[in-house]
Unconditional design. Structure first.
Lengths: 254, 262
């Protein structure tokens, strides 16, 4: 079922979502709505279930209870080709980039392209690979293997690999984790460029407040398995709530 | 907290063992479902076949040659007691074709290829490369598991024939140095007693061993967890489990082939 979403319409809806791993209750009744064209930042400490949330959105994990509706479809009910079709519209940038280390950058980018869009000519494949590499500013690395790239370059190539399928939604898992401040700024700029150029709706998972402020239209603060507060950066941090204040203070002191 | 405590049906260890068997069964069935579904990754299968051959050729050459030579040397005293050293080539050929070559190939491959499949897929699992394939709408099972299992099932029989040949050369070297038998006389004598059933049984064994090494290595790697420790565990379990299964298969196939021989 193809649905065209207009700006401002919800493309991701999470309702009363629960997820546990044994005795560890990670998500405890999470609610979230992300509208088309919006950059939503999910902020929280490590281990609060931020990555679990976006993994549920892409069908890598299944919730115990609640709804996760992406582009009008309940993800947990999708199987086979339906799930595949949905995943084609979602780009997922992994925390550690998850580049295929036995392949060159070119092969990494070609891999999802040739398998999802068959019958492309060699010239068309090359053109698309070079276009997305140019978009992330790393055309010169095309014949290198991931082991020869820096952390920031790996993140960019990981983002390029998802962009090659022209996704409607981008999910970034800790895009600035483990990078130096300058590279973090470059990645933040790239996230904003991707939004402009590809007209994507994005969820950015992070615990980095600079990243949240630079990239987020709205911010949702995840604490103890629930969203404590949602709004713009200023709305979220203009609060007397002790846990949010301490998160803010600690982050900027750091 | 006690309300959340996990309940076991037969006890923790037995429950876990039964669940592991069930998981392996589901993985095995999934292989047969996926192998005939969708586009076959021929290029990757050829690449894997080359990698398997490349990884184990030298080791199989050395082990096969030494096995043939040592087996001949060890058999000579018993035969010479009855003045039957002229039977050496056919005795050695039967032993090599029926049992030694398939087993030596399988055990070397289980160590070399099984462990490498387990480690490779295990490390892809823990570094989220398999998840990355899945979210980019590519079937990782088809690309990673099916290709490796098919490649093992094709490559191990080829390696087994190569091992038989090298073992026979080792045996010939020993015989010619002791008895001065010519190359042609040795191989005429050797192949005299080999039947089609012997060759087909060896091929059947090699196919079964190849499939086992591929599927066990893939299963262990694909389901690896707990970081680098899990990768090591996957590689180790791939070797131990496939060797164990290879010996069980050896017993079964020998029993079946003996039934046809009579």
């Amino acid at each position: 079922m193809e649905e065209d979403f207009k700006p401002g319409e919800p493309v991701i809806e999470v309702r009363d979502l629960y997820k546990s791993f044994g005795d560890l209750h990670v998500l405890q009744g999470v609610n979230l709505t992300v509208t088309k064209g919006e950059n939503m930042v999910v902020l929280g400490r490590s281990g609060t279930g931020k990555s679990v949330l976006i993994k549920i959105m892409v069908g890598l994990l299944k919730q115990d209870r609640g709804d996760c509706i992406v582009l009008g479809q309940e993800v947990s009910k999708l199987e086979g080709n339906d799930l595949r079709d949905l995943r084609l519209k979602i780009g997922f940038s992994f925390q550690n980039s998850a580049l295929y280390d036995s392949m060159t950058v070119r092969e990494n980018l070609e891999f999802p392209l040739v398998r999802n869009i068959p019958n492309l000519t060699r010239a068309e494949i090359d053109e698309q690979v070079e276009y997305v590499l140019d978009a992330v500013g790393l055309l010169q690395t095309i014949n290198q293997v991931p082991a020869e790239l820096s952390g920031g370059q790996r993140k960019r190539i990981g983002i390029a690999r998802t962009l090659i399928l022209k996704p409607e939604i981008m999910l970034y898992d800790e895009p600035t984790a483990g990078l130096d401040p300058i590279t973090c700024l470059e990645i933040n700029e790239l996230i904003n460029e991707v939004k402009e150029k590809y007209q994507t709706t994005s969820i950015i998972i992070t615990h980095d407040l600079t990243c949240a402020r630079e990239t987020g239209d709205r911010i949702a603060m995840l604490l103890d398995g629930k969203f404590l507060k949602t709004g713009t950066f200023e709305e979220v941090f203009d609060t007397d709530e002790e846990r949010i204040k301490s998160f803010y203070d600690y982050n900027f002191i750091q | 907290m006690s309300a959340n405590k996990k309940q076991f049906v037969y006890g923790k260890n037995l429950d876990n063992a039964l669940l592991a068997v069930y998981d392996a069964y589901v993985f095995f069935i999934r292989f047969f479902r996926e192998v005939f579904r969708g586009r076959m990754e021929f290029q990757e299968i050829v690449r894997q076949c080359y990698a398997i051959g490349n990884r184990s050729l030298l080791l199989i050459s050395l082990t096969g040659f030494i096995t043939g030579m040592v087996f001949t040397k060890q058999s000579r005293p018993s035969l010479s007691e009855f003045g039957a050293t002229s039977w050496l080539p056919s005795l050695v050929a039967i032993a090599i074709v029926r049992a030694l070559a398939p087993l030596v190939t399988a055990l070397i491959s289980a160590g070399k290829i099984g462990s490498s499949i387990g480690a490779e897929l295990g490390s892809m699992r823990v570094t989220e490369q398999i998840d990355a394939m899945e979210v980019s709408a590519v079937n990782p099972f088809k690309f990673l598991v099916v290709t490796r299992v098919v490649a093992c099932t094709i490559a191990i029989p080829v390696l087994m024939f190569y091992c038989s040949l090298v073992s026979l050369l080792g045996a010939f070297l020993n015989v010619t140095l002791n008895e001065g038998t010519s190359f042609i006389a040795f191989f005429e004598n050797a192949f005299e007693q080999i039947t089609f059933l012997d060759i087909w049984t060896s091929v059947a064994k090699a196919i079964a061993y190849g499939f086992t090494i591929g599927i066990v290595g893939s299963y262990q790697g694909y389901n690896a967890s707990k970081g680098t420790e899990g990768v090591g565990k996957a590689a180790n379990s791939a070797v131990v489990t496939s060797m164990f299964l290879i010996f069980i298969e050896e017993v079964i196939i020998v029993q079946v082939s003996n039934y046809f021989r009579i």
